[in-house]
Design a protein. Sequence first.
Length: 329
Amino acid sequence: MNNFNEITKLLEKNNSFLITSHKNIDGDAIGSELALYFILKKLNKKPIILNQDRLPRIYNFLPDSDKVHCLEDNYINIKNIDVGIIVDCSNFERIEETYKIFKNIKNIINIDHHNSNENYGDLNYIDSGASSVGEIIYDLIKFINLDLLDEKISTCLYTAIITDTGSFRYSNVSSKTFSVVSDLASQGIKPNLIADNIYNRNTYSGLKLLGKALLTLEVDKSNYVSWLTITRDMLNNTEANDEEVEGIIDIARTLENTEVSILFRETKDNKIKVSFRSKGDFNVNEFAGKFNGGGHPNSSGCVCSGKITEVKEKILSELFKISKYNKKQ
């Protein structure tokens, strides 16, 4: 049901709202959450943002970023919530532990742009043609009242859009995306400072981890596929945290001729998180689906059990079965 009318009615007639997104929140999720928070405040509502994980450091610059809470913040009053809003999340379970709270909320609004979305909400707005959920939230504001748009909301939405489009490098960018961004820019936002905060705040430990990760770089014979590996030992030796892994996979993606890049990473709970990036028409969302993962056509991931060497062999073997790559190992 791609209809803002019913969503708007639900926003108008209710008072308290709980907003969340998927585990390991990213820029699109955070920017969209905060934009919704500001919209609801302007409508004299009582919104709360509550995620499974803490806000990544690089997004602290966003206005009222201290309003983005995580489950560790036990002081949050989450009783008597009228409506739950879940953004950028293809299935209910991906909100992890916050699911225990949301399953008891009577009205759930699901806003997403993944074509794999399971329509788990009471109201669902899914637009797989949108570059990001941030672009959808802009459309929602336009439907309600474009005068609600201001510099704070525009800063959040611009952050959502640039992070989910790879700074406008991915195939999900459309002419509409640039039209939306143009309108956001007219609200007085500072695109250069937003980009600087997101992309130019590397830590010493993060750069040391990047160096070690690049030493693991491997490619098939034709360079069409590249992959990197990050172990817990590498994280411990560089004193880096999991947040500092973000963005490393995109470095491998820049390798000339490479069409598919993969990052294999050991997690704290002894799982293997696998990130996929692609160029051109190879759909890594569909490929990740073979391992119960998903995401976008050019950016996706999955989580596997087993030793990292076993998971690596399993995934690369499956990739090289594809006719496009099976003669290029």
